[in-house]
Design a protein around this ligand. Structure first.
Ligand code: AMP
Length: 253
């Protein structure tokens, strides 16, 4: 695996790749787990070359502290990517990705304002903008996103279509613990008691039929703050906090 800290170096390499090679791209923010690994494995199976980016994107965070405290495990991440057969790993800096200081952004005006977007103003502008910039740097044929962040996946899929981008947006299934808790970098920030609570929440969220019953069951626990449970596009979505750690999930109804 070749790693690039320098965008210009990557661009020279990309320019020399044969147009006949299919390129798969998995953008991440690092602190990789089996959910990321599953996307990379799918990309590996579908393409000739796999590019993974590790970039903690400052423009998609609502709280500076969340951005600063985002878990960083670069060495382990690179080992995992290497073991999965990743060909190129991009490690750009915010300055390289935002040479314009975020003067230009992608702004979606409808679906990005509900669910996560309603709770996190500007979040999806940051996500769509960084994905657009990374797409322009990587020029992939296929790009892979997790079902766990379904709203993010669907906004990126629709952006690619709206801007006539010649990129196939692929959704990878959510990888879960046996309790059905979705794997997430944020789980690492929960202490032992909080993690046990998160497993219980996940079981209830996935087992209970109605939204009202789910809310009632979850409300019985101390230390859980439900932001929303909502049905849309034949899916049930949840966002909740345990302490100051915010978790999301969704499933097809
Ligand atoms: P992140 O590093 O959190 O930005 O995630 C990078 C990609 O991995 C996104 O497309 C996520 O939706 C996806 N992802 C995160 N967690 C999971 C999971 N448990 N299962 C499948 N994909 C995931």
């Amino acid at each position: 695996m070749k790693t690039f800290k320098d965008i210009a170096g990557w661009q020279s390499t990309r320019a020399l790749l044969s147009p006949s090679l299919k390129i798969g791209f998995v953008p991440t923010m690092g602190n990789l787990h089996s959910g990321h690994a599953s996307l990379v494995t799918t990309a590996k199976n579908d393409n000739d070359l796999v590019v993974v980016s590790i970039f903690v994107n400052p423009t998609q965070f609502n709280q500076q502290s969340d951005f600063i405290n985002y878990p960083k495990t670069l060495e382990a991440d690179l080992d995992l990517l290497e073991s999965l057969g990743t060909n190129y790993c991009l490690l750009p800096t915010p300055k390289q990705i935002y040479p314009d200081n975020y003067r230009y952004k992608i702004c979606e005006t409808k679906e990005s304002l509900v669910l996560e977007g309603a709770k996190r103003p500007g979040h999806f502008d940051g996500v769509l903008t960084v994905v657009m910039r990374l797409f322009n740097l990587v020029k992939p044929h296929n790009a892979y996103f997790g079902e766990k962040d379904y709203q993010q996946y669907s906004l990126i899929r629709d952006m690619a279509s709206a801007f006539f981008m010649d990129i196939n947006i692929v959704m990878g299934e959510t990888i879960r613990a046996p309790s059905k808790l979705a794997l997430s970098s944020r789980n690492n920030r929960l202490d032992k008691k909080q993690l046990a609570l998160a497993h219980q929440c996940a079981e209830i969220f996935h087992k209970t039929k109605s939204i009202d019953a789910t809310k009632e069951l979850l409300a019985a626990f101390d230390g859980i703050d439900i932001e929303y449970i909502s049905d849309a596009n034949n899916r049930r979505f949840i966002a909740y906090k345990i302490g100051d750690i915010r978790l999301i999930d969704n499933f097809l109804i």
